[in-house]
Write a protein that binds this ligand. Structure first.
Ligand code: ZN
Ligand code: ZN
Length: 392
């Protein structure tokens, strides 16, 4: 590992900041304390600051020399609306909010890179630091773009990373092309006719119809789609009825569909509509399918991915052709706007966690998760070298 010395020197301070953010998590679009800390730090290092972009987003602009190149570096700030199972000193003090995805670490890392770049200034051009709200299903990146991010602070390329359990600790991984899947939400409302649970023939049971629909939908993945096109569908929420002997008049389910290809999404959505409508009709129910395309596929520009991997290789081991993953990222909106690259930083197996962590594995969105502070100087050094190598 070749951490840049000026970054390594601030490790204690960066770890303390990360743990403070962890103890004070804020969910989507409520990141006011976090954004305030970011703005204050950036200003204290002489970086131009713009606040309130996409509600709570913060942009820092750092210019140096006469270079005309512009690089955007992005971190997400939001916590998850869930309860933390850890009891160590820096565990969440905000019930119902938890940095279970490590965005506290992403913020600390990008700030460490900003401090380094502002003090060393070994580049010529413009660095744009993008701190976005609401990455977790709430479209914070789109909110910043709708608020003029790309027009007011255009960059030629964007770079970002996510800490990633399963990738060896402290190493980096990326790939040219699709790295993370698109996310799509479906909601199905089945309407029938309520009845006595002992006399279902007098009604039209929507629970029965919904269950058949749920089972049929998985057939799209295994029977209709080309097996070589990766995709996954999960029904994650089902609700109906109030008690054991009343057949309700309505049943509801929702879930997520992930794919790497819009044509595959189109095919699956079309088949879903047909199955939902026809299954409902077969049992004298009516159904409504709401299908929402949330985040597009995160596609790395091959050249940007190569530049990111080369910079990262100066700092740590790099897998420049890792497997893509089914989770999604709204960094994809930046990657669709300019040639960009996203990386994973290996988060290891959880052995870094302080005593007092919960029983769970060190997995994203698990209530026992905690970002590994040792990744801060690694990620910051990679960001710094991406800038120094490419803004000359
Ligand atoms: Zn997450
Ligand atoms: Zn995340």
């Amino acid at each position: 590992m070749n951490i840049l010395p000026e970054i390594a020197a601030h490790f204690e301070e960066d770890r303390a900041l990360r743990r403070d953010l962890h103890a004070h998590p804020e969910i989507a679009y409520e990141e006011t304390r976090t954004a305030g800390i970011i703005a204050e730090k950036l200003r204290s290092w002489g970086i131009e600051v713009h606040e309130g972009i996409g509600k709570t987003g913060v942009v820092g602009v750092l210019r140096n020399g006469s270079g005309t190149g512009r690089i955007g570096l992005r971190a997400d700030m939001d916590a998850l609306p869930m309860t933390e199972a850890n009891t160590f000193a820096h565990a969440s003090a905000n019930p119902g909010a938890f940095h279970g995805c490590g965005h506290d670490g992403h913020v600390a890392t990008l700030l460490a890179a900003a401090r380094y770049l502002a003090s060393t200034r070994r580049f010529s051009g413009t660095v744009i630091f993008v701190f976005q709200p609401a990455e977790e299903s709430r479209g914070g990146c789109s909110a910043m773009i709708a608020d003029g991010l790309l027009e007011k602070f255009p960059a030629d390329r964007y770079f970002g990373f996510h800490n990633w359990p399963g990738v060896p600790s402290g190493t980096a991984a990326t790939r040219p092309g699709a790295l993370m899947a698109s996310s799509n939400r479906f909601r199905i409302r089945m309407r029938g006719k309520g009845s006595h649970g002992a006399m279902p023939h007098l009604g039209q049971d929507p629970v029965f119809t919904l269950i058949q629909t749920a089972q049929a939908l998985q057939g799209i993945i295994t029977r209709n789609k080309n097996p070589l096109d990766a995709s996954v569908m999960s029904i994650c929420h089902i609700t109906a009825g109030t008690t054991d002997n009343v057949t309700p008049s309505e049943a509801f389910m929702e879930g997520t569909l992930r794919t790497f290809d819009n044509a595959v999404t189109d095919l699956i959505e079309e088949r879903m509509r047909r199955i939902v409508e026809c299954t409902a009709a077969a049992w004298n129910n009516t159904a409504e399918l709401e299908f929402t395309r949330q985040y597009p596929v995160l596609k790395n520009d091959p050249e940007a991915a190569r530049l990111a991997a080369e910079a990262a290789r100066e700092i740590t081991d790099v897998n420049a052709d890792c497997d893509p993953v089914m989770p999604s990222e709204d960094f994809s909106f930046l990657a669709n706007a300019a040639p960009s690259a996203f990386m994973f930083l290996g988060a290891g197996d959880g052995s870094h966690r302080d005593p007092g962590h919960g029983d769970g594995p060190c997995a994203l969105h698990n209530p026992s998760y905690d970002f590994d502070d040792n990744l801060i100087p690694v990620g910051a050094s990679i960001f710094a070298r991406i800038v120094e190598r490419n803004l000359v």
